[in-house]
Design a protein around this ligand. Sequence first.
Ligand SMILES: C[S@@+](CC[C@H](N)C(=O)[O-])C[C@H]1O[C@@H](n2cnc3c(N)ncnc32)[C@H](O)[C@@H]1O
Length: 301
Amino acid sequence: MIRESNSNQFQHIVFPHEERQRRPINLASGPPGFSYSSQAEDDLPEQEARFLSWLFKKAGLDVRQYRSETLHRRLTACLRTLRTTSLIQARQLLEQNPKLVTAALSAMLVGVTSFFRDPAVFEHLRAEILPELAHQKKGIYAWSVGCSDGAELYSLAMILADLNLLSGSYLLGTDCREDAIERARAGIYEPELAKHLPMHCRRNYFEECDQGLRVATTIRTSVRWRASNMLAELEAGLWDLILFRNTAMYFRSEATATLWPRLEAALKPGGVLVLGRAERPHGVQRLSSLRPCLYRRNRGS
Ligand SMILES: C[S@@+](CC[C@H](N)C(=O)[O-])C[C@H]1O[C@@H](n2cnc3c(N)ncnc32)[C@H](O)[C@@H]1O
């Protein structure tokens, strides 16, 4: 184990062999013989499809992997962000001012999240899953895929701290939106978010700062963040816990059909996948349902 400084100048623990294992693997070409239908774009009015295809490409994303109903619905918010009602003008504005691309994309990709969202799931993680995953170990390997601004993974980190398992854990959050990753790394939140926090978490794991509430250094420096497109690359390695919540619901079934087996393979045997309430893994044999939202990769599989 060696120590290095991260960009925040805080000491960060690095596990060299784990770092090597966790290099992303490229999925850009998809499995052999796989191709996306162009239906997503066909489902949208032609002008919308052309605009969105162009916008998503700017961020390295393929719009055909997203459900057209959501895209169509979110487009209004995107245009509102750009203060226009015209797609032609929206594109001109984005071409003239590329910095607006981030805001336009954030309006398209739903980033809703909060601390301890769906408290029953976190309570079950605290009481049963995490102690069991860490059995006879000092921590766990956990990955939040589609982590948004980090509230989900910080919630997990606080529970691990309560259980004395944080310093031995490896926590990674990834999201395709660079601005969300920057906010996660900064760990600063509106004070009103505190209302979702258990009292002892607010007291022990946050400090007040000029901009609001900041996640305490011990928690912040235990988590790594990376901007990446989960549909083009997955973090390699075997994870004890993968949080993939409230994100699959925005993808077309062609996209999730390739994602489920890869997430299943990324879990250790006995490892646990956490999904949102409306999501189910399809077409995989080695995951068994534990209770709503929780799936375990079968031991010995
Ligand atoms: C609704 S949020 C879920 C946040 C968190 N998991 C939760 O449940 O509270 C969905 C997140 O998925 C991210 N996302 C969408 N497409 C993605 C992609 N291709 N790769 C990585 N992240 C993606 C969005 O940017 C957004 O932050």
